[in-house]
Design a protein around this ligand. Structure first.
Ligand SMILES: Cc1ncc(COP(=O)(O)O)c(C=O)c1O
Length: 463
């Protein structure tokens, strides 16, 4: 039943044929319909993949097939425990293959990219200097607070990113440990960062580098060896495997030398009472050292399943299809003079399907609410957990964006928030076409419904 009162009925549920490339990969939720505030229902257009992507049907099927065989990992003598342990450890191998890891690299299963980067931050040697661009997602920006961290200014070209890093590294203690943390693809602009060049610069100055691949791995192949990065972090829920797991993969030395991330069973090999009444612990030196507690075998298996599904679909096909969607959205937005797309590296920069923009005369929260309520399109608005970057791109100061009925900014003034549309391997053409049509219509005709602010969010006013 519709959550909104029925007024004019307009449905746009039919999907146009996908003329380009391969068909989208089947994902869960592709047939879900949602009510429109203006009446009727449409199939939901999930265009917030950068936050969380829908589960691949293949991942869901694999998890469902395994579920009856679920058992404890690393701690049971029974058949299903052994089967689950094998599944868990084989998933490690699959992820290592997916990332093209070096022999000897460790794959640690975590909860998410945030968790992975916080784990790495706990393993850095004492005195380690950390270099991170201010443009990073907060997950990459913030875990280093206890280290000697240098925040690098936003570069305006990929070459400037490399120059900025080289300059910063040149001034550091050449004998001390150092780590560079960089994103592969921006969660705001979708732009690809020059990871290979940054890795070369880091290594030339004796530093190591960790790649935040949260937004890269779902869209492009990531090769640890080819990029020559020391660690990679990514999240299952952005890689079509939303079961609460993430990955930190890479060099084992810092991981093995550090104290366990969590103390407890699974991380410890041997525990004994001492004569003085205390406890002696021998910790594992494998990935298990940082995986204390009962592991999330379903989450881990789902990541391995997604890695296999994407590899089998072929990244050449996936990238070609996504580029077609990117071109459709960018060309459509370019036809609306009121829309300004946010970019650090400019129009020609290679990018993934993540596009942020502002609309002159509109409050971003209002615009996103209207896309949802009147067109059944799910996007995100705000600062996308990358406050310094979005503020740099908008040129605005941190302020309350204000009531949603009113534009945040008068024509010609800066917006305070942005709207982000993002998509990927499961997105049909119809979703991005509907989005482009909706943007044009909203800018031309305005919203058909009244909205009000509730708990800081813009919502249809049904009072
Ligand atoms: C580039 C980037 N890094 C890290 C993260 C954090 O990912 P998670 O929330 O899964 O920990 C995100 C999430 O949006 C992201 O976009």
């Amino acid at each position: 039943m519709s959550a909104y009162p029925n007024t004019a009925v307009e449905t746009t549920g039919s999907e146009s044929a996908d003329p380009c490339c391969a068909a989208p990969l089947p994902v869960l939720g592709r047939d879900v319909t949602v009510p429109l505030v203006t009446g009727g229902e449409v199939t939901y257009a999930a265009l917030d993949y950068a936050a969380s992507a829908p589960a691949l049907q293949r991942v869901w099927d694999d998890v469902a097939a395994y579920a009856p065989y679920y058992g404890s990992v690393h701690r049971g003598a029974g058949y299903l425990s052994q089967l689950s342990t094998d599944l868990f450890e084989n998933s490690r191998v699959t992820v290592a293959e997916f990332l093209d890891c070096r022999p000897g690299d460790q794959v640690v299963f975590t909860r998410s990219t945030t968790d992975s980067l916080n784990l790495l931050a706990r393993t850095i040697p004492s005195g380690c200097e950390v270099f991170v661009f201010e443009t990073e997602h907060h997950a990459s920006l913030l875990p280093w607070q206890d280290a000697r961290v240098t925040y690098l200014n936003a570069p305006r070209t990929p070459a400037q990113a490399v120059e900025t890093l080289e300059l910063a590294l040149a001034g550091r203690d050449p004998y001390g440990p150092a780590l560079v943390c960089v994103t592969g693809a921006s969660n705001v602009t979708g732009e690809l960062w020059p990871v290979k060049e940054l890795a070369a610069a880091a290594h030339a100055h004796g530093a190591r580098i960790v790649l935040d691949a949260a937004q890269l791995a779902p869209h492009h192949p990531v090769s640890v060896q080819e990029l020559d990065v020391d660690w990679v972090a990514f999240s299952g829920h952005k890689l079509y495997a939303p079961f609460g797991s993430g990955v930190l993969a890479g060099r084992s030395d810092w991981l093995q030398e550090a104290e366990p991330y969590l103390a407890g069973g699974g991380a410890s090999r041997k525990v004994a009472r001492r004569a003085d009444g205390g406890v002696d612990v021998e910790w594992h030196t494998t990935a298990a050292r940082h995986e204390a507690g009962s592991p999330n075998v379903i989450g881990v298996y789902s990541i391995a399943s997604a890695c296999k599904a994407l590899t089998e679909a072929g990244f050449d096909e996936l990238v070609a299809r996504e580029q077609h969607l990117i071109d459709t959205v960018r060309a459509g937005l370019a036809e609306v003079p009121e829309v300004k797309v946010l970019s650090l590296f400019g129009d020609d920069a290679p990018r993934v399907g993540v596009i942020s923009f502002v609309v002159e005369g509109w409050n971003s929260s209002h615009f996103a609410a209207a896309l949802s309520a009147e067109y059944g399109i799910g996007v995100r608005d705000g600062l996308f957990c990358a406050h310094p970057l979005v503020r740099t791109l908008l040129g605005s100061d941190p302020q309350d964006p204000g009531e949603c009925g009113a534009p945040e900014a008068a024509p010609g003034e800066r917006s305070l928030n942005a709207i982000r549309v993002s998509f990927g391997a499961g997105t049909p053409d119809e979703h991005v076409e509907r989005f482009v049509g909706a943007v044009k219509e909203l800018v031309r005709d305005g919203a058909q419904w009244k909205y009000r602010t509730e708990d800081g969010r813009c919502v249809p006013d049904r009072g």
